[in-house]
Design a protein around this ligand. Structure first.
Ligand SMILES: Cc1ncc(C[n+]2csc(CCOP(=O)(O)OP(=O)(O)O)c2C)c(N)n1
Length: 653
């Protein structure tokens, strides 16, 4: 792709340039935008079909509204690429999702046209209501627009926002971008409701027709004026529901989301409406490329691909992903145990849960983008005798924190959570890293926290978790499983002294105490250090809660209590696995100074490839080796008498 090949787009440096273009040029601009999006996502991977569907909405919004003085709030934000192209970021677009390049989601550090860094569904209506209220109180004359998809609007938070938006006494426009798809099929009654609205005549037409109908009845004019209920009843029969109007929002549509003049006209009309409103816009996910329209799930967020004639070849990942390993594991488990049911919150493909569906359709549940509900539902199912496994991305599990506490842990219900994308996620960046699951899960009494380091271990961990009488969480990253088991097979057990770890490698100079998949990098680091004559061990901790007390006792006593211990985790070092080890050491009066915590620093990590991010935070084998070298040198530099010892300080009690 050469930038100069886009005759119109290359002249748009800001929406001001767009506003000067004649209306009849806009379809050509839309075509160029689609080309750029398709080529860039083909090269870099990213969200494709959602962005192809929002090209005309973005064009029309930027023609009518005066961003960034007017406010535009994105929901999820994965469909904002056309907006980036129109707001001065076309020249940088080839760097999309690359280290140092444009973010794949809205990002205020990138442009004043992006108000919030977002990536989670359901938030736009609430932030829009907030901005609308603030602008009103601060006497700012702004228009506020929220753009939300049909699958995201079913989110609990979005409904809370809608409920409150109806009380606004000023303009606020919610554009409902309805392509009748989530990543996969949308779920639940609301999806059916919207489907129904999509195929009915526009609401305004229905209102007009109802009024005409009533006027034809003798004394109809009077009836239409007095008998609101009759009118409402007929209206509901012809255009049923209208939840939005009942919530206090004016409803308009549905309108064609690819008709630029129609959208401009509608936005112009609604811009000056002094009330909260919903404009229902029908779009086609993948618009512009038949192959993307035909398979919007595959092209929701594909890996890099190339188009060969009418064939599209998507780059195949090498190796076997943790997701695939999980998918096979849950199928095996379900075959052995008919109490097992699988739950996903709108991520059947992303989590691998979809594999369960054809084999056990009655034991497979997709709740839509409703992590809180999925968790509370799992609690109910457990209480009633089933063994649910909830597969969810770490970053989205945050939505269910309160249900994990109250509905699951407080009841001590043995729900298993399998958390995918735990740790750094690569090019999706800061909004999607699973950096803090241990932080909020560790504090839950009774919770068992497990992390396997290879596929065999994942199966073992799952077996143990479904045999437990308490809640448990198994975390694994957006990565491949090691091609071979990392160590000897040994049982996963929990005894009086904690969850049993396994030793992968003995070392006399220091030990990496690795949690989960990082054991692989730790082993590689130990091999690098071996070449320098340093003997560094690797322990695969397996459990963050309960920790292996016996192993820790031995480790802290090693070398007379002077053995450096480096905890390794793909998680924030704040209140993660390493912190749990230090807390344990402090409780047992071991010398916590022996511990160096290696993990994610106290800042948000931007998009880049996962290996680049690992390098950036020092979790790659070279970085781990560097830290181990430093810890060993530090330990050696301390004079013997001052060396940290395993004094096993007198117990306080
Ligand atoms: C809280 C949360 N859960 C799950 C996701 C994963 N996710 C990203 S986009 C998406 C589908 C969104 O569908 P919709 O809002 O209709 O937009 P579309 O992609 O169809 O344009 C999902 C489930 C998310 N971003 N946030």
């Amino acid at each position: 792709m050469t930038l100069s090949s886009h005759k119109l787009l290359s002249t748009i440096h800001s929406p001001a340039d767009l506003k000067k273009l004649p209306l009849d040029q806009l379809p050509l601009l839309a075509q160029e935008m689609r080309e750029v999006i398709m080529t860039t996502v083909g090269a870099n991977g990213g969200h494709l079909a959602p962005n192809l569907g929002t090209v005309e909405i973005c064009l029309a919004m930027n023609v009518v509204f005066n961003f960034p003085v007017d406010r535009l709030l994105w929901d999820v934000g994965h469909q904002c690429y056309p907006h980036k192209l129109l707001t001065g970021r076309y020249p940088q677009f080839p760097s999309l999702r690359k280290k140092g390049g444009l973010c794949g989601f809205p990002d205020p550090s990138e442009s004043p046209y992006d108000l919030f860094a977002v990536g989670h569904a359901g938030t736009s209506i609430s932030t829009a209501v907030g901005m609308a209220r603030a602008d009103q109180l601060l006497h700012k004359d702004t228009k506020v627009v929220a753009l939300v998809g049909d699958a995201s609007i079913v989110n609990g938070l979005a409904f809370e926002g809608l409920n409150n938006a109806g009380t606004l006494k000023r303009q606020m426009l919610i554009i409902l971008n309805d392509n009748s798809m989530s990543i996969s099929e949308p779920q639940g009654a609301f999806a059916n409701y919207l489907e129904h609205l999509r195929v009915t005549t526009t609401y305004e037409e229905v209102k007009k027709r109802v009024t005409q109908l009533l006027e034809q009845i003798p004394y109809g004019q009077q009836i239409s004026n007095v008998s609101y209920h009759i009118k409402q009843g007929i209206k509901n029969t012809l255009a049923p529901g209208h939840i939005f109007e009942d919530l206090g929002l004016k409803y308009f549509g549905p309108v064609d989301g690819h008709d630029i003049p129609g959208l401009i006209e509608k936005f112009n009309e609604l811009k000056d409406l002094n009330a909260p409103a919903v404009l229902h816009v029908k779009t086609v996910k993948g618009k512009g490329y038949e192959w993307a329209c035909d398979d919007p799930t595959t092209f929701h967020s594909p890996k890099p691909f190339r188009v060969e004639g009418c064939r599209v070849v998507i780059e195949k990942g090498t190796g076997r992903s943790w997701t695939n390993a999980f998918a096979d594991a849950i199928v095996n488990l379900a075959k052995k145990n008919d109490k097992i049911v699988g739950i996903t919150a709108a991520m059947p493909d992303g989590t691998g849960m979809i594999k369960l569906k054809p084999l056990f359709p009655d034991r497979y549940f997709d709740t839509g983008i409703c992590e809180s509900h999925a968790t509370a539902m799992a609690a109910g199912m457990t209480k009633a005798g089933l063994r649910p496994i909830v597969a969810v991305y770490s970053t989205f599990l945050q939505r269910a924190f309160d249900q994990i506490f109250q509905e699951v842990c407080l009841q001590n219900l043995p729900v298993t959570f399998c958390i995918d994308r735990a740790g750094l996620v690569g090019d999706d960046g800061a909004v999607h890293h699973g950096f803090c699951d241990l932080t909020f899960l560790k504090a839950q009494p009774g919770m068992v926290l497990l992390a396997p380091s290879d596929e065999k271990e994942l199966n073992r961990a799952l077996d143990l978790s479904v045999a437990l009488e308490s809640p448990s969480v198994i975390r694994y990253p957006r990565d491949n499983v090691p091609p071979e088991p990392l160590g000897e097979d040994s049982p996963w057990t929990i005894t009086k002294t904690g969850g049993k770890s396994r030793t992968l490698r003995q070392g006399t100079d220091a030990t990496f105490l690795a949690y989960g998949s990082t054991a692989w990098q730790a082993l590689d680091a130990a091999k690098l250090l071996e070449n320098e004559g340093l003997s560094v061990g690797v322990i695969d901790a397996r459990f963050c809660k309960p920790l292996d007390g016996e192993m820790l006792k031995t480790l802290f006593a090693k070398n007379g209590g002077g053995h450096p211990i480096l905890t390794v985790e793909d998680h924030s070092i704040i209140n993660g696995f390493g912190s749990a080890v230090i807390e344990h050491a402090q409780e047992k009066r071991y010398d916590a100074r022996l511990v160096t915590r290696l993990g994610l620093p106290d800042r948000f990590i931007k998009h880049a490839s996962r290996p680049e991010q690992f390098k950036e935070v020092g979790l790659d084998p070279a970085g781990l080796a560097r830290s181990a070298r430093a810890a060993i040198e530090e330990a050696r530099a301390i004079p013997t008498e001052a060396a940290p010892t395993n004094r096993t300080l007198p117990q306080m009690r």
